[in-house]
Design a protein. Structure first.
Length: 367
């Protein structure tokens, strides 16, 4: 084999890139001393662009297709030594393949909260996260501004820069939107498009990149703000707070009556709840134009039970306790004006509580 045949065997015949990765933006074709044979085949697959670089500048750009490298389809390289004579001689150039398809599953998020002004809650801090896609829109600019002489350029190498740009754009868009926090969820699509437009405006001309899609997946607020929102939602669901309070008191009265402590303590709690529930009702029954009814007289009776002093109780409370058998005639009571503890049956103000009920009417009268 002659020296010419040996040289031809070492030169590149087919230039192609079979991309088996998902996040590679630029890949440089490896070859011995950058030598490419005249008439070699260049294969550019869909979603790729091939760029020839010689002496630090872009020589030619090839769209998807198959090419035979010769003088007529390499006008810039046609003046190189050897090629201009049409000889079967090599030339030196670097070949870069640029992926022009979309790179998906890229995520972004705000590392620090963004402060916004809400008309209901005032200044609050929000966080956001989402996804975006990336694509090379100007391969020559991308090669010149970011890749340089790297043999392989991955999307992860620019991911942090893009996240910073997206976060800045998000903070600016949310601040200018002046939307209440309760309306942000219904405007995710509109806000996402605004953020995407602000990001593309910067990276398209500067880096030769494009973000075809950007989505805001969630905007969250601090835990204390979430609790305030939940409380407001619960109050709106309740509606009439006074009616709800009366209902809650009514539900609690049977529990108080079944209090294991028993005695007058349980009766006092139950009657106290009843009076508290009746208070709003009496206030609602008053005439709209007249003054509110006077408050009930404060309870002033104290009862001795098992060595303890219970009370104060009002007369209606004692009446209910007497009717239930918890207050007897020998139960000691005291109130202001009495010399000391006195049996309830001997106190004129309470004697009427222990009167026996009238007997049932005769049978013929009941009929």
């Amino acid at each position: 084999m002659g020296i010419i045949e040996k040289l031809r065997g070492e030169l590149v015949d087919i230039i192609e890139w079979v991309d088996d990765s998902r996040h590679t933006l630029v890949w440089r074709f490896p070859r011995h001393q950058n030598q490419i044979k005249y008439g070699a085949q260049l294969v550019v697959r869909p979603g790729q662009t091939a760029i020839f670089v010689r002496q630090g500048r872009v020589a030619d750009v090839f769209a998807p297709g198959q090419y035979r490298l010769e003088t007529r389809n390499l006008p810039v390289l046609s003046t190189l030594a050897g090629w201009k004579y049409g000889f079967d001689s090599p030339f030196k150039a670097e070949v870069y393949f640029v992926s022009t398809r979309q790179i998906t599953d890229l995520k972004w998020g705000t590392p620090n909260p963004v402060i916004m002004r809400d008309p209901d809650f005032g200044p609050i801090r929000v966080r956001a996260f989402g996804t975006y896609t990336l694509r090379a829109s100007d391969p020559a600019t991308l090669l010149a501004e970011l890749v340089g002489t790297d043999a392989r350029f991955e999307s992860e190498e620019i991911h942090e820069l893009l996240r910073s740009i997206i976060n800045t754009a998000f903070a600016d868009v949310v601040a200018k939107a002046e939307l209440p926090i309760l309306d942000l969820a219904s405007n995710y699509q509109h806000l996402s498009e605004q953020v995407r437009g602000a990001v593309v405006q910067r990276i398209d001309d500067e880096y030769g990149l494009e973000i075809p899609q950007l989505y805001i997946v969630n905007i969250s607020v601090p835990a204390e703000v979430e609790q305030a929102l939940d409380s407001r939602t619960s109050m709106n669901a309740i509606g009439d707070l006074s009616a709800y309070q009366a209902y809650q008191l009514g539900q609690a009265m049977p529990l108080a009556a079944a209090n294991p402590a028993g005695g007058l303590a349980g009766a006092g709690v139950g009657l106290g709840m009843g009076m508290a529930m009746a208070g709003p009702m009496l206030a609602g029954a008053a005439s709209p134009g007249g003054p509110p009814p006077p408050p009930p007289a404060p309870a002033s009776w104290h009862v001795a039970e098992h060595g303890r002093t219970l009370g104060p109780f009002s007369v209606p409370q004692l009446a209910q306790a007497a009717a239930e058998g918890r207050l007897r005639t020998d139960t000691l009571v005291w109130t202001a004006g009495l010399a000391g503890w006195t049996a309830a049956g001997t106190v004129p103000a309470l004697a009427g509580l222990f009167q026996a009920p009238p007997p049932p009417p005769p049978a013929n009268e009941r009929d």
